[in-house]
Design a protein around this ligand. Structure first.
Ligand SMILES: Cc1ncc(COP(=O)(O)O)c(C=O)c1O
Length: 353
């Protein structure tokens, strides 16, 4: 099915004002946005309009009761200059899992994918082409009933806007394993990409930053022992020749698309993988006995980022020799080469628009 998407072009593009060599992350928005509404029965009125404010009632339930979910993905240009995406259907599926958990309306594939297509068709010149840069896409959905009774909204808006972003130079991360505050508990919404998961960790993240750490490393809510994820990335630990990552079974962490891609590559190369509970004591023990080789974080922003330090209850793991981290470098290079077409895309991850 091809949707009939109404397009209203901006009379004056802002692209000429953008210094693409010095893009301020997350502050520059492309000329247009895509919107579509759920009216209680159907998704209606898909449209591309100039980027700008969205009128809303102050009573909408998203801002009071938090029915708000989002995704994050990147568009690149291929060698012929055509827009391409990395595994976008996984973002669509995850958005719908988040919608389901939050009692929100799921969105059909065509309203998601055709919206991206229409937006990139009109704003493709906003996809930067310097090595490592991309156009970050932010699909999101929020509840729009103007009714302050506490119940699931009947109406929703789904929208997408985009921001050009430069290559992400990730410095090695220093993280604080948090043993007081928690991010998610079993049975809760940790696996959903809902706004509340990000709001609730702002305060502990601020405290950790004041203490000199980049990120909080979240531990399980019950025992404060099992590694979960940081606020924006999944976690991997290499002990000896085994790659460990927390399993998704507890439903407390986000099923990262980068995480899944790393696991598929690692399996393809025959690496030993264990998706299971990863006890922080086990990681400290491996550090003490010399078998802890690498720790890295994964997510759309950085793809893979080295973690050089973990602080946990007064003790620290501090890893050196970052240049020689064989598995990190192999993963990060391969992911980059797949996205830029320099390595064969054996899993069909690249989606050409
Ligand atoms: C809490 C959390 N965990 C993990 C990730 C990594 O997910 P992905 O690899 O799909 O970007 C993200 C980023 O989306 C996140 O917000």
């Amino acid at each position: 099915m091809t949707l009939d998407i109404a397009v209203e072009r901006t009379p004056t593009s802002r692209i000429g004002q953008v210094d693409f060599d010095n893009i301020q992350f997350g502050r520059i928005f492309s000329d247009h946005q895509y919107l579509v509404d759920f009216d209680g029965e159907n998704w209606v009125n898909p449209r591309v309009v100039p980027y700008g404010k969205i009128a809303m009632s102050p009573a909408i339930s998203a801002i009071h009761y938090g029915q708000a979910i989002f995704e994050g993905m990147k568009a690149y240009k291929d060698t012929e200059g055509n827009p391409q995406l990395f595994r976008p259907l996984e973002n669509w599926k995850r958005l719908n899992r988040s919608a389901h958990r939050m009692g929100m309306q799921e969105i059909p594939e065509e309203f998601f994918m055709e919206g991206i297509r229409a937006l990139l068709d009109i704003d493709k010149d906003w996809i930067p082409t310097t090595e490592g840069s991309s156009l970050y896409l932010r699909p999101f959905m929020f509840a729009t009933d103007d009714y302050i009774g506490v119940r699931p909204s009947n109406t929703y808006t789904f929208a997408i806007f985009s921001c050009p972003v430069n290559a992400y130079y990730s410095q090695p991360l220093r993280v604080k394993a948090e043993s007081h505050y928690i991010r998610a508990a079993e049975g809760g919404v940790g696996a959903a990409k809902c706004a509340g998961n990000y709001g609730s960790v702002m305060m502990p993240a601020k405290l950790a930053q004041k203490e000199g750490f980049h990120q909080v490393l979240w531990l399980d809510a019950r025992e404060h022992k099992f590694i979960e994820e940081t606020g924006t990335t999944n976690m991997f630990v290499r002990i000896g020749d085994t790659l460990l990552t927390p399993s998704l079974d507890r439903h407390t962490i986000l099923a990262g698309i980068t995480r899944d891609s790393i696991l598929k590559l690692a399996a393809h190369w025959g690496w030993k993988i264990e998706e299971r509970d990863v006890n922080i004591d086990e990681v400290f023990e491996a550090y003490r006995n010399g078998t802890l080789k690498e720790i890295f974080a994964s997510g759309t922003a950085a793809t893979v980022a080295q973690v050089e330090l973990i602080h946990y209850e007064g003790e620290e793991i501090q890893l050196g020799g970052l240049d020689s981290w064989e598995w990190y470098h192999k993963l990060s290079n391969t992911m980059r080469e797949i996205k830029t077409g320099k390595t064969e895309d054996i899993f069909n991850w690249i989606y050409k628009l």
